[in-house]
Design a protein around this ligand. Structure first.
Ligand code: C2E
Ligand code: MG
Ligand code: MG
Length: 571
């Protein structure tokens, strides 16, 4: 009987020992009087104890893989509560690093005295590694391996905090590649990716250990400079070197590409004292650099801020003005040189007085309206209003005059524009050949198939087409092959210096000859003087428009001139 009990007990102990020995968690039991001492294989393995080394009895001995500071902290905790539990970085006895969850329990007897300590450790090293790589992937740009937007923004906050504390500086450089969209669209995304990687490598060559450089998306990068590197002069040097390096041709495969970049710079605390503002200001400066033609760098300034505010105000005023139709039109007559009679009038849009506290010319607000898509509704207001005024003139007996209306590149994407034109002409009883649409040379050159179709529809309806600002685009004569146009308007910039500039004289002369060969009429824009007019006559120009004859004027004033002209003509 006694034997049976003993052997069953032995069996149970044996089972427990096996479980203890084979467990994947490291376990160690020490008794307070150092008489009993167990540990399993996993304990030695997890903590890197060499085969011939045994963990000691004392806390400092069996926790040899922890530093003295950590051991002291554990001892204090054990003295107070009898237990410890915590995740800790370790240096294994073989020198490698790891991470464990360590639990120490004190087993007490009935009287409350400690008898044993049970130490358990779980290896968290792999888990920790996975966590870290996940963290990296959250903070890293997948294409370039550079810090991503999130990481950059976190670091920017920290840099600003540091410069606040130390009284130092930090600088933010916002970079955007020029013409990247075209490369991406024409050569494909995979090629675009290669360009990004190649240029990111070039930027990286200029990055020092104290800087942070990353990609915030698409073709946009950020550099954060700190301390002495963030002094304005140093930043300027860095930016100049970057510009030079980025404008070098990029050789990919067999071909060479010219890419280049624009950069905007904002300084902390000079320009802004928080991350959001600093980023906004660097982007404003970047926008200005782009506006000025790209491949350049621009420091943020009060003036840039003011021009942004102005732009923002104009944008808002435009959308309000559309609801209230707060626009009016002025008209500028176009003259036939031979007969000195008005043959057409160009409608030019103006903002109503009082919409903004300052005057804004169409040269300023039209590009803004184009960039935010408001030109489409504005263009419709212009067309309808000019047709209405034109009908009133006709009611006064004015005939044989053509109405010219400017058409923005963005309006060429408006699918229902052609039917809108048809409605307007019907409503105001205007014949289609009485209306001409002026489309700039640059807009004509960059048309897609929808825009081309729209232009062809207008023409097959009977409307006329003029090439506006001719000479300012890339003067691709192919434009005349693609579109049948009726008139060319030579841009004012070629007329301004006419009496003196030999080059302009040659360009204007050649344009007139070419137009005649193609059977097109030519209008010279912006004629202001007798001298200019004289040269234009010699060069054989047919038609002119400009302040010399009459500046853009209110419809009533233009009507007066038209009526006077008709009276003189009839008498
Ligand atoms: P544009 O179509 O080339 O119009 C001619 C511009 O030159 C007008 O300026 C006109 O006032 C100005 N101009 C005419 N003769 C002279 C001159 O002898 N000397 C000088 N210095 N300037 C002269 P404006 O009205 O300021 O318009 C500027 C531009 O804004 C226009 O250039 C056109 O591209 C755009 N625009 C104006 N109204 C409209 C519109 O209703 N729709 C669209 N899409 N664009 C418009
Ligand atoms: Mg025009
Ligand atoms: Mg023009």
């Amino acid at each position: 009987m006694e034997d049976e009990r003993e052997s069953s007990l032995r069996l149970r102990v044996e089972v427990l020992k096996r479980v203890f020995d084979e467990a994947t968690e490291g376990m160690l039991i020490v008794s307070y009087d150092h008489s009993i001492y167990y540990y399993n294989k996993a304990f030695k393995k997890i903590l890197g104890f060499p085969e011939d080394r045994e963990p000691g009895f004392l806390l400092e001995e069996y926790l040899e893989f922890l530093g003295p500071k950590q051991t002291k902290m554990i001892r204090e905790r054990l003295d107070q509560t009898g237990t410890f539990r915590g995740e800790l970085p370790i240096r294994r006895l073989d020198g490698s690093e790891g991470y464990i969850l360590l639990t120490i329990e004190t087993i007490v007897d009935e009287k409350g005295n400690g008898t044993y300590r049970f130490v358990n450790c779980t290896d968290l090293s792999e888990l920790k590694q996975m966590e870290e790589s996940l963290e990296r992937s959250i903070l890293q740009d997948a294409l370039t391996g550079l810090p991503n937007r999130l990481m950059l923004l976190n670091t920017l906050e920290e840099s600003i905090e540091r410069s606040r504390k130390t009284g130092g500086r930090c600088a933010l450089i916002s970079i955007d590649l020029d013409q990247f969209k075209q490369i991406n669209d024409t050569l494909g995304h995979r090629f675009g990716d290669q360009v990004i990687i190649a240029l990111a490598e070039r930027i990286e060559d200029h990055i020092r250990e104290s800087d942070l450089f990353g990609r915030i998306g698409g073709d946009e990068f950020l550099i954060i400079l700190q301390g002495p590197r963030a002094e304005a002069e140093k930043v300027m040097n860095t930016v100049d070197a970057l510009q030079e390096d980025l404008s070098r041709p990029l050789i990919l495969g067999e071909r060479e590409y010219s890419v280049g970049a624009s950069m905007g710079i904002a300084l902390c605390p000079d320009d802004a004292a928080n991350a959001a503002e600093l980023l906004k200001y660097a982007d404003m400066a970047l926008f200005r650099a782009k506006e000025l033609g790209g491949k350049r760098s621009q420091f943020y300034s009060e003036e840039i801020n003011a021009s942004f505010l102005r732009r923002f105000e104009i944008e808002h005023a435009l959308s309000r003005a559309i609801q209230g139709r707060n626009f009016h039109l002025v008209f500028q007559p176009q003259y036939d040189l031979a007969s000195a009679r008005i043959i057409g009038v160009e409608a030019l849009v103006r903002f109503d007085e009082g919409v903004l506290p300052y005057r804004v010319s169409p040269a300023e607000f039209i590009p803004i309206a184009e960039s935010v898509g408001l030109i489409v509704p504005i263009g419709r207001i212009v067309l309808e209003e000019s047709c209405r005024i034109f009908r009133d003139w006709k009611a006064h007996g004015i005939g044989g005059v053509q109405l010219s209306v400017n058409l923005s590149r963005k309006q060429l994407g408006d699918e229902t524009f052609v039917s809108f034109v048809r409605e307007c002409l019907e409503r105001y009883a205007i014949a289609s050949h009485e209306v001409e649409f002026e489309i700039t040379e640059t807009a004509l050159m960059t048309t897609d198939s929808n825009a081309r179709e729209l232009i062809h529809s207008l023409r097959s309806m009977g409307c006329r087409i003029a090439v506006d600002d001719f000479g300012t685009g890339y003067s691709n004569l192919g434009v005349f092959k693609e579109f049948t146009v009726d008139r060319i308007k030579i841009d004012r910039s070629f007329i301004t210096d006419l009496p003196d500039s030999e080059t302009d004289r040659a360009i204007v002369g050649a344009t007139i000859v070419m137009a005649k060969v193609l059977g097109l009429r030519v209008v010279a824009e912006g004629v202001e003087s007798d001298d200019q007019l004289g040269v234009l006559r010699i060069l054989g120009c047919d038609e002119t428009q400009g302040n010399y004859f009459m500046a853009a004027s209110d419809p009533d004033d233009v009507l007066d001139v038209l009526l006077k002209e008709r009276r003189i003509g009839n008498s």
